[in-house]
Ligand binder design. Structure first.
Ligand code: GAF
Length: 403
């Protein structure tokens, strides 16, 4: 049996060269520049964003690249290297910018055309654009590949339209435009975690996001793990969740209903409150009770992990503690939030048996990926054990990414 299947990131140079080549093969002439955005990995804090909560994400070295050039008319033309990375109409797509709406932009073009639409809705405008998109962020892996397309497109428009939206505050504005695009044009619900991470978090750092503010407050934190020989192993179980959109909307509704039943504006208000457990357990509806239990406990876990990472105590104790919180987060997402799957549970269980510090599903769930906090020197061995577990269970073999 061959060894585990690793998805290596492109270097920035490789990604930019691919995007430029795609551009000039498709549209005559050269691109004016290339802009890129990473995938998103939530270290901890899942399904907390749309509850006004906290989350601690970081980004992947895997990025989506958009080569672009301004036009002299008002047309948008886009080519995607892999036309099948999302459902869609083939490799190229074009439209007058004035005509972009949910009926003209469907499938993958919705994610870039939607951003152009959303920026113009906010009063940011410029000439038409020619764009070429290429990506090494695996699609359907729970790593926000669609957010990466949106954010790289937003950065391209920002530069080509000379909008000078370059500060963290301005990137928060771009992130809001991207999530508006995802909801209004692509028709995919989102809570904003992905786009704020992808536009505001730099490689090698973590971002503490607080969604009680709008736009969310972002505090830049060191990633801590590399200094201690640790890393995040991503296990893509290759079952993109078909129930993802439907399940996500249902979770948003249930959380809103739980908050209403508890008499709070958002579940965030209960995190850290001394009587929170008692109030939640008193809810009559068992589903709302379970959803609220996950959200409140997950927000508390984010605070706890942030404090533990910033702590100066003995490293082994701190990281063992962080790892336990990752396992708890997974259990809560599986049992109380009901967004795990047999493959994700197998990924987490086999990672545990291979001796990782902690593991949990990442992103919305319903398929996608799990992450494991591993000693970098052991990553190959851990990936091989997880791979064997999937083969033994006759399931599709996972793909692995190292962050
Ligand atoms: C998806 C959503 F798009 C995010 O907003 C977030 O809710 C995440 O699922 C779960 O934490 O990626």
């Amino acid at each position: 049996m061959e060894g585990p299947d690793w998805v290596d990131p492109w270097t920035r140079g490789q990604g930019e060269a691919r995007a430029r080549a795609l551009f000039s093969q498709t549209w005559d002439g050269e691109a004016k520049g290339v802009w890129s955005a990473p995938g998103r990995i939530t270290i901890i804090g899942e399904h907390t964003d749309y509850n006004g909560g906290l989350s601690l994400p970081t980004v992947t070295p895997h990025r989506t690249y958009v080569a672009g050039r301004a036009r002299e008319d008002g047309r948008l033309r886009v080519v995607s290297e892999a036309g099948d990375w999302l459902e869609g109409p083939g490799r190229t797509w074009e439209c007058d910018m004035d005509l972009i709406d949910p009926t003209t932009a469907q499938g993958w073009p919705a994610y870039c055309a939607g951003v152009v639409w959303a920026l113009r809705e906010r009063g940011f405008d410029g000439p038409g654009l020619d764009l070429a998109i290429t990506s090494c962020v695996p699609p359907g892996a729970g790593l926000a590949s669609s957010g990466a397309v949106e954010c790289a497109t937003a950065l391209a428009a920002n530069a080509l339209w000379r909008l000078a939206l370059d500060s963290d505050e301005a990137h928060a504005e771009l992130a809001e435009a991207c999530l508006h695009a995802e909801e209004a044009i692509a028709g995919a619900p989102t809570g904003g975690l992905d786009q704020h991470t992808q536009l505001r978090c730099r490689e090698g750092e973590a971002l503490e996001l607080d969604f009680s503010e709008h736009p969310p407050l972002a505090q830049h934190r060191p990633l801590y793990f590399p200094d201690y020989g640790l890393g995040l192993l991503v296990i893509d179980v290759r079952t993109a969740g078909r129930r993802r959109t439907e399940g996500f909307v249902e979770r948003q509704r249930q959380c809103a209903a739980a908050a209403q039943a508890l008499g709070v504006a958002s579940l965030r208000e209960l995190a850290g409150a001394p009587d929170a457990r008692m109030r939640i357990e008193a809810l009559a509806d068992p589903v709302l009770k379970a959803r609220a239990r996950h959200v409140v406990a997950e927000i508390e876990r984010v605070s706890d992990v942030c404090a533990e990472l910033a702590n100066t105590g003995p490293a082994h104790e701190r990281f063992v503690h962080v790892g336990k919180q990752l396992y708890r987060s997974h259990a809560s997402l599986e049992v109380d939030f009901d967004v795990s799957s047999a493959d994700l549970n197998l990924a987490v269980d086999s990672a545990f048996r291979a001796g990782v510090l902690g593991a949990r599903l990442v992103g919305a769930g319903f398929g996608g990926s799990a992450i494991a906090l591993v000693r970098r020197a052991e990553a190959d061995h851990v990936a091989a054990r997880i791979d064997e577990a999937f083969v033994a269970e006759h399931r599709p073999r996972p793909r692995f990414l190292m962050v």
